[in-house]
Design a protein around this ligand. Structure first.
Ligand SMILES: [Cu+2]
Length: 109
């Protein structure tokens, strides 16, 4: 009986404790601002599994869309943010669907 109570306690603590000793590196959030019809910064480096978040500070909608179409955000209205989890390693150039002159690069390692 005592043993099962201890076991239940251990489970409860484990369920709520933060993962102090994670087995794998935690994925990161990497932020890119869209302002003045540009992605800032224009070049970022992330790891596979990281999430890139674009926030649109302009007064018109934008997207962040891989040139090879392997990923895209939805249309990002004014002040909206969109995210993409980078699933594949590689060098990705990307653009805005509405403003092809907006270009930037992500290196996924
Ligand atoms: Cu745009």
């Amino acid at each position: 009986m005592r043993r099962s109570i201890l076991f239940a306690f251990a489970l409860a603590v484990g369920a709520f404790a933060p993962p102090l000793f994670a087995q794998t590196p935690q994925p990161h959030l990497v932020l890119v601002e869209i302002q003045g019809f540009a992605f800032v910064p224009a070049m970022i480096e992330v790891a596979v599994g990281d999430t890139v978040v674009w926030t649109n500070h302009d007064f018109v909608p934008h997207t962040a869309t891989a040139d090879d179409e392997s990923w895209t955000t939805p249309e990002l209205p004014v002040d909206a943010a969109g995210r993409v989890v980078m699933q594949k390693a590689g060098l990705f150039t990307y653009h805005c669907r509405y403003h092809p002159a907006m270009k930037a690069t992500i290196l996924v390692k």
